[in-house]
Design a protein around this ligand. Sequence first.
Ligand code: SF4
Length: 608
Amino acid sequence: MATPKGGNFGKVLEIDLSKQTYKTRPVSDEILQQYIGGRGLGAYYALTEYKAGKNPFDEDAFVFIGPGPLSGTMAVSHRTCFVNISPLTGRLNHAECGAHLASEIKFAGWDGIYIKGKAKKPVWLAIVNDKVEFKDASKMWGKTTDEAHEMMVKEMKDPEIRTAVIGPAGENGALQANVIVERFRAASRSNTGPVFGDKKLKGFAVRGTKYAVPVADNAKFLAAAKTAKELNIQGEAWEGLKRWGTGGLMELKHFLHGSLITKNFQTTWWPDVVNIGGEEAARTFWKRHSSCTNCPAHCLKLGIIREGKYRGLVAESPEYESGGLLGSNLGMKKFDEMTALIEACDAYGLDNISTGGTLAFLTEAMEKGAIKPADLDGLKPKWGDGDTYMEMIRRIAYKEGKAGKFMAQGVARMSKQIGKGSDAYACVVKGRELAAHDPRGDKIRAYSYTMGTNGADHHEGQGSRALAMTAMADSLCSCSFTSMLLWGASTDKIVTDMLNGLCGWNMKPEDYWTTAKRIFTAERILNVREGISSKDDRLPKRFFTEKLPAGPRKDAVFTEEDQKKMEADTYGFFGWDAKGIPTEATLKAYGMDAFIGELNAAKKKFNL
Ligand code: SF4
């Protein structure tokens, strides 16, 4: 087992909440080269430690929080990855979020944090370099994410700590619950909130003052990192991202792409976007830019509501997915009301996407008569009614009453219970609510929604190559906006040049692809073990059967032909068979022979 020469320390911090102990878990350079870090390393741990059907609430179920080898270095932009079995989908999922947490974990001397076990009473963790303190969280339990963040800062007397906390939604086990990182960023698509809640873990704070990321060949690494950053700065997309963040996409997706989701994906035409999108935010709300570590794109936009009933509310808004799911998809016309919904989800610790999807689905179900107000304890959601949506969000977070418990399950389970043909407008893939891009207007997005590991995630890659590149970016913990999307066809060389200088590896550009495919295939093996195959790699019914009624992509529909092409392209690219199962030859080519037996057993069990 070789020790890393650079990029990594060769050690992960393993925390056992049951015993309230911690130790170093060594990780070899060979494993890091095969699975890189972040998302890839989380998949490796699940693949080698879990059997099929792992329950996220088992005592030994882990949450892995990963930086990557580039985190904490001069390379551009760093994000953090959370990996765990999602209680919403029942499968291993991953979530990436911005801010500075990844670098801080590296400065504390760790290649990742692996948390298992269950505390008897609420705890939070203060991680300072090599030391972990298990702190009493009884006074923090029940607090919102912003309050918990402030309490950690106060108790550690250090404004530079990096926090990751859950809100009441995670504590109460709402399946849409997430983890909020450093007050304004969200790790959502792994549904880590209810897992932390079950472990009685309010969250953790990290401070690193002792370690610098080791570099194998400084001159080589700095030259490669500089080339990468210069390529970014030359990109035109860079300027748009700096000016508008992702909020500016709302108008673009509406007027140009025809993919702005509206009223539970019934249309993509919502002219009121001019009142809730980036232009309105620039006119009345934004106050300052903010960014993740070492990212000059600063796509995060903070603002303050200046008048009306939400006057004084400080929020990060509208990030595109939040604005889509809690804005146009709910028929919202008022910027302040939409922003208040976004901020409420963040404060309670709820995924904006799944929560917005839940509210939109119920509004349509009410409209169609599939449910009545009595089914929701008297609530009657209707498009654009911000007050009712705010109350629904609160009840989800606290699982209050019959309605709160019902809504906190997410769309797939609700639709099953409602029946009455509601599956026709239940917009989920593999148990997860769709993000903010209508795949009839944005067909390439269907790859991300259907072929991606998480299901219905907007961020898994548009196209077969992009699926692999995103798996790699999430394992490096680089932001795709400032890496693969700007580096394009040079990405394999840029990444391997940086890794070779940093880690002392000898990767060729083609090794980038083998590694990326190995990571994505590792997740596919985990999915196949749970019975997933081509039958699940599909968009919801609505997108095949209902044409877009208006907008720039009027009459567009996703066809069976589109589906067939996407399957053939993806499965062919990764070396999977026609049912989406990795072949034996592929597993051998990626050095994953050890999993052939398990895959064959799953094929037999699920008749795949
Ligand atoms: S582009 Fe935005 S999300 Fe990406 S690293 Fe920069 S600030 Fe963070």
